[in-house]
Design a protein around this ligand. Structure first.
Ligand code: OXD
Length: 309
């Protein structure tokens, strides 16, 4: 059985070695090998070029090396091969730490102290809110969004969530659906967006959305850059001096050097690093799902192609 591996992470060699170690009985090919594409049944990928996918005509499963799958389903040659994404508790835990760190910078006004330090200015104590006085709205309550919300709830934050469609799964915090987006926005002191990239989420956070947020507020985007209208956010920040944004994902990544976000005093930029894909746990999870498939011959894709994620 043959596997095709491709990823653009800086530590791609380490990934490749771990895949080879775990899938010992298999031949693992990369773009640098002479590959008989027709013999390949499994692909483990992040940012696979479309011209390669086009040649992989006998794939049974595509494993996404990330939580998102837009890097696969947006490829012109992708049709309907089942996709298994990473649903890794370690990734969810790291993402929760990231979100909490950004909330604390805002909540404890650490950014004001940092700015004052540059000017050697002693600000003294500043009044801050306790966790139970802050409502955090989670926009997009899939695997990661739910995990982040649950984590914050344990820390005594009030947590609410928004998702487009109703579902039977029980949520650990109140969920607003469909036409209750305005209530969701208005009731949130801080919004954490973990939206996937689909036709429907494109520029979902736009001028109208931002204007409904509280004036002194924080927007954290750890989902996809395309869900935020970046120009609208810049305009909003200009008008609202106490509005902050913490952005981990962008329309164009790496964020171009000339982008205004880099030097904006109310914006924190992190380089799509909110939740590291953990090599060992991710590969173990993939391997377990692969073994289950080999045993039963059945596979249920993690992606609903109608919803687009
Ligand atoms: C992603 C990831 O899908 O980092 O963005 O896993």
């Amino acid at each position: 059985m043959s596997i095709f591996f491709h990823c653009t992470f800086p530590n791609q060699k380490k990934w490749l070695q771990s895949v080879k170690n775990k899938f010992k009985q298999h031949k693992v090919y990369t773009i640098n090998d002479k590959v008989h594409f027709k013999t390949i049944k499994y692909a483990i990928v992040w940012n696979l070029p479309d011209q390669i996918l086009k040649k992989l005509t006998n794939l049974k499963i595509i494993f996404s090396l990330g939580a998102g799958v837009d890097h696969i389903i947006n490829l012109p040659s992708y049709t309907n091969t089942p996709i298994l994404r990473i649903k890794d508790p370690n990734m969810a835990e790291r993402m929760s730490y990231h979100v909490h760190s950004q909330i604390l910078i805002y909540q404890l006004k650490l950014n004001l102290f940092q700015k004052a330090q540059i000017k050697r200015k002693w600000l003294g104590e500043i009044e801050t809110l306790l966790n139970n006085k802050i409502t955090v709205g989670i926009l997009g309550t899939g695997f990661l969004g739910t995990a982040v919300g649950r984590y914050l709830k344990k820390l005594d934050y009030k947590v609410i969530g928004f998702k487009k469609s109703t579902s039977k799964t029980k949520n650990p915090f109140p969920i607003y659906t469909k036409n209750r987006i305005e209530n969701f926005i208005k009731n949130s002191d801080i919004i954490v967006s973990i939206l996937p990239y689909t036709e429907k989420t494109k520029n979902f956070i736009n001028q109208r959305f931002l204007e409904q947020m509280k004036k002194n507020s924080l927007l954290i985007n750890i989902g996809r850059g395309a869900s935020l209208n970046e120009e609208h956010l810049l305009k909003h920040l200009k008008k609202n001096k106490n509005f902050y944004a913490s952005l981990d994902v962008f329309k164009n990544e790496p964020l171009p050097k000339s982008h205004k976000f880099w030097a904006h005093p109310n914006v924190i930029v992190t380089p799509h690093a909110a939740a590291l894909t953990d090599i060992d746990s991710s590969i173990n999870l993939m391997h377990e799902r692969y073994l289950a498939y080999r045993k039963t011959g059945k596979i249920k894709s993690d992606v609903d192609l109608i919803k687009g994620y």
